[in-house]
Design a protein around this ligand. Sequence first.
Ligand code: PRP
Ligand code: MN
Ligand code: MG
Length: 178
Amino acid sequence: MGNDLDHVLFTEDQIHARLEELAAEIWADYEGKDVLLVGVLKGAILVMADLMRALPGSAPMDWMAVSSYGSGTKSSGVVRILKDLDTDISGRHVLIVEDIIDSGLTLNWICSNLRSREPASLEICTLLRKPDAAKVDIDCRYVGFDIPNEFVVGYGLDYDERYRNLRDIGTLAPHVYL
Ligand code: PRP
Ligand code: MN
Ligand code: MG
């Protein structure tokens, strides 16, 4: 599996160290508020697992699963809900937890959907962001790392559902998809 990587962008240790910093920042910002962590399946599973364990106190968690319409592999911006939240977020402080903002279309849709439910606040925490790939402007409060516009896998990020279980994040070697 490691042979399928071209180069490593972030090691497991680097990822954990950055998530520790973000967790401390989040905990300070939400002092006195009950923040609800909302993960986006499936890519965010490992970010959620490590971010929430890096928080100094307890925070509830919920999940959404969404899918783009059509057969394309990349998000079209037209999204449907596969699994909705179990929680009524009206009046709640919601922090969306994501692995990556690529075009931004997925989160753009999720944010406007969640905003219509009138949460007390809505913010985003993403481990990775690709500024050069942005098709819409996403106001993201917590960003782990900005990365170049390359296809990356590992730590929850997949290529055709594979490589999510890599501990590091890296670019895929061309032989995998050529
Ligand atoms: C990936 C990633 C983000 C989204 C980012 O999810 O986990 O959720 O794409 O892309 P965008 O900014 O261009 O919309 P994907 O749809 O591949 O589902 P997955 O999380 O199950 O891998
Ligand atoms: Mn995803
Ligand atoms: Mg994916």
